[in-house]
Each structure stands twice: as C-alpha cells, then as structure tokens.
Design a protein around this ligand. Structure first.
Ligand code: AMP
Ligand code: MG
Length: 464
C-alpha cells in the first residue's frame, strides 16, 4: 500500500549516513494532510499506520533511512559539514503521474550531524511548518509540504520549558540543496560532485543532457528567481536563506523563523538571530544572487575544463541574475495589479507610498473594490490610485493572485499555543481557512485582519 524506493542511497554513496530514526514511545497523530495524501495517490489505509510510520516508531515498507550530508554558508560563514542533525530521509515514493517525492522525518532524533543539538523538535514548530507550507501550496508557490505531524510522547526542553515533542513528515521534490554541492566541492570529491550534478539533472531538469552544468545552473537560477519573486509578491520572509536552505528544485524549504509581513516595511525581519537584517524582506533578492554565486563556485570545474573560461562563464551568468529576478518580480507585481504588461515605475511609486500599510489587505481590497475604496488605507497614494485605475486593471484576475487569507502571525501563535496545551481545534480551523486563500474573506473576517495593536513585534526562532 506504500512502497519506498531509494535512488539517493543507490546513486549517491558518500553523501549520507545510514541510520534509523529514534523510536517514538507514544506516537499520536496530530495532523494528517488528506489533500496531500490524495495528490500523492497514497492508499487511504496508510493513514491508519501514519502515527507509527511517520514518527519513527516503525519503518514503512521499503524505507532505508539516512541522514544526508551537506555543507552551507550560514549568515555568510561557511560550515564544511552541516547535514541532517535531526532528520531522517525514509526514501522516495512515486505518485500516479510518475513524479518522485522524498519523504523525510524531521525531529526524529540525533545523528552524527547533530553537533550540540538534541535531534528533536517541539510540536509548535512542526505544526508551524505544516500550516505555513500549506498556505504556500494553496497560493501556488513551490514548496515542500507536510504529510503528517505526529506527537512522539516525549518531552523536549527548550530554554527551561518542557514541551511535547513531535515529528513532521515532510514531502519534497528532493532535499538537494546548494549546500549538498558545496559539501563535495569543498572536499574536492569531484566524482561525487559530478554524480550529484547528474542526479539533479535527471531528477529535476530531465530536458538537460548529463554533464550540462551551465544548463543546470541556468535552470536553477530561473526556478529560484521565480520563487523569490513569488515570496516577495505575498510578503513572505523566509528568515534563513542560508545555502543549506536553498533547494535545487526551486521549492521553498526549511520553515524555521519565516513569517508573512503585515505592514509594508522593506526591512522586515522576524528571526531572533538575524540582527543585521541579512535576510530582511527586501534583501531576499540580493541574497538569492549571493546564494547562486555559491552554487556557481561549486559547479565551476564543470562549466569549462579551462579555469579562466569557466570563471568568465560564471561571471557572465552572475551578472544576469539581477535582471532575471527583476523580470520575474515585475511579472508578479503586474499580475497583483491586474495589468497585462509590467510597469516598474508604477510599482516603485506604489511602494514609495505604502509604508506601514498592511500588504495583504491593501492588494486584496484593491482587487475587490478598486482604487477608491483603499484611499483611506493609504492617503498618500490618492494620485497613484487614480493613475492605476485609469489603466483598466482586471480586478477578477487580481483576486486570483492576491490572497484574502494568509497565516496571520497572531493566529498562528494562538493555534500553536493551544496545540501545545493539547487543544488542536484552533490549528485545524486555521488550516481550513488558509487552504482557500483566494476566496472572499466575507464570513471569515477574523482570519483576514492584521494582528491587534497589543500583539507587538513578532519574533521567530530557528532550529526550535
Ligand atoms: P535549520 O536552521 O533548521 O536549517 O538547521 C540548521 C542545521 O542545524 C541543520 O544541520 C539541522 O539539522 C541542525 N539542527 C537544527 N535543530 C537541531 C536540533 N534540535 N538538533 C540537532 N540538529 C539541529
Ligand atoms: Mg536547514
């Protein structure tokens, strides 16, 4: 009824350590993603095994669990060895359309890559990954997803707090990261680096020939530029765009300290550890280029056998990234504004007058009621609104790209707090609403409004 395959284990020796997840003492299924299970074509009977299979209590048929090795630049500093410190890849499943998906447990115990960590996770952050990734999926933004969250029955300690432990079962197009390439490149393991490159081409960009390093780099550039442009469109701040959290597939991965911006502010940062604002909202496009430069460095020997030529080829590409991103971003903004053609000047003038205005509500009200109705929200934009209105924007099309409902920070926190105390209903209610982001907020206004005044600045935490 479920059968794992393990191409990673077969094809990429030296990139992982084989080891089993911890056995959860008392697994209880907290959340099961029926919609995703159906998309994957899973037998409905899988759900009855989910608590055990997706917590580490028991291995599903064919699983060959591993911790993957990778390196990465974290906040600009290079670590030659990170790797899955609290995750186990069970293997891959192939859906009805022949697409291959990784299924990975996160929070499933220590590995040789754990460094000082406990290898565990509390239920709050695992449910957070579920709800935010589900919101991204519902908005059509490429993302890993959560199939299940299972409470383990263990206690996890975080800052002197005792918290219930949990494991999330994450479904990803793959877990190949920029840091996976950096791992072999920094060790000078060229045969393994080549095998990884060709595995990535075959799995994600099969239109490319083997060994087409430049083609791979260009394809990843396009996928990542499109992804970050989509984030910017919905006000998403990833929070830890380290190279180990950048997927070659172009999916959003590793939901740690991420959150959605409410009042428009380019410097928005949620992560408690990002004191310099490296991963602030408006800095994400620059970091995209920085991270792709790290990928280019790792792939450099395959760009050309002549080093100087390889460097020239890389530099030409790095010089193009800003323009590739900008085209994607302007396309996203044109769609948000209901316009057939991009208009960068119009976007710049809008942003200049939007400071502090709720990003999501502004665009949604614009889509529902047009320029007149939002004047009160942004009094400085009266002239801009008249100019935009005169361009005959397509409001119906706008309502398909401007969400009414995003996972509002105060609601996410309330749902996670309740879940931690054993009450799952607010979490399920929130998930039900964020699954319909583009439907009208009428009748569910409580999910559409920004945080009340007293909520204060929102702070999120990594690796929790
Ligand atoms: P992240 O911030 O989730 O991308 O994690 C960065 C690195 O820290 C990865 O190598 C993780 O596996 C590791 N890590 C995060 N939390 C823990 C933990 N509680 N125990 C062990 N390793 C962890
Ligand atoms: Mg990570």
């Amino acid at each position: 009824m479920i059968r794992f395959d393990n191409t990673w284990v077969r094809d990429l020796p030296g990139s992982f350590l084989r080891l089993a997840p911890d056995v959860a003492p008392d697994p209880q299924l907290l959340a099961w993603n029926d919609a995703l299970a159906a998309e994957l074509g899973l037998d409905p009977a899988v759900k009855s095994h989910a608590a055990r299979w997706f917590s580490g209590a028991e291995l599903p048929p064919g699983a060959d669990p591993i911790a993957m090795a990778y390196a990465g630049h974290q906040f600009g500093g290079f670590s030659p060895q990170l790797g899955d410190g609290r995750a186990h890849l069970l293997g891959e499943i192939v859906d009805g359309q022949g697409r291959r998906w990784d299924i990975q447990l996160k929070g499933s115990g220590r590995t040789p890559f754990s460094r000082g960590g406990d290898g565990k996770a509390a239920i709050g952050p695992m449910l957070r990954e579920y709800v935010i990734s589900e919101a991204m999926a519902a908005m059509g933004i490429p993302t890993t997803r959560a199939l299940a969250v299972v409470a383990t029955g263990e206690t996890v300690w975080r800052d002197a707090d005792r918290l219930p432990g949990a494991v999330v079962a994450r479904v990803a197009a793959s877990h190949i990261r920029v840091g996976s390439f950096q791992f072999f490149a920094s060790r000078g393991e060229m045969d393994k680096l080549r095998a990884l490159m060709n595995y990535t081409i075959a799995r994600h960009y099969p239109h490319l020939a083997a060994d087409d390093a430049l083609g791979l780099f260009d394809a990843v550039t396009r996928a990542q530029a499109r992804l970050v442009a989509r984030w910017m469109g919905v006000g998403f701040v990833h929070g830890v765009m380290n190279t180990d959290n950048v997927a070659l597939s172009g999916e959003t991965i590793d939901y740690g300290p991420c959150a959605f911006m409410e009042g428009y502010a380019p410097g928005t940062v949620f992560s408690s550890i990002d004191r310099q604002g490296r991963y602030a909202y408006a800095n994400q496009p620059l970091i995209l280029g920085w991270n792709l430069a790290r990928l280019a460095e790792a792939l450099l020997p395959f760009f050309d056998s002549d080093e100087a030529r390889a460097v020239d080829l890389a530099n030409a590409r790095l010089g193009d990234i800003a323009g590739i991103y900008e085209a994607e971003y302007q396309a996203v903004m044109a769609a948000k504004l209901g316009l057939a053609a991009p208009d960068a000047g119009l976007v710049a003038d809008l942003l200049a007058g939007l400071s502090g205005v709720d990003w999501t509500m502004f665009f949604r009200r614009l889509s529902e009621e047009g320029g007149q109705a939002v004047q009160a929200m942004a009094p400085g934009l009266a002239e801009w609104l008249a100019r935009w209105q005169a361009m005959n924007p397509d409001l119906a099309a706008m309502r398909k790209v401007n969400p009414a409902i995003i996972p509002r920070n105060h609601l996410v926190e309330a749902a996670l707090e309740a879940a931690t105390a054993g009450e799952m209903a607010p979490f399920h209610a929130l998930v039900a609403e964020i699954r319909r982001p583009f439907d009208s907020a009428t009748g569910r206004e409580g999910f559409a409004l920004p945080a009340p005044e007293g909520f204060g600045d929102y702070v999120t935490f990594c690796g929790t």
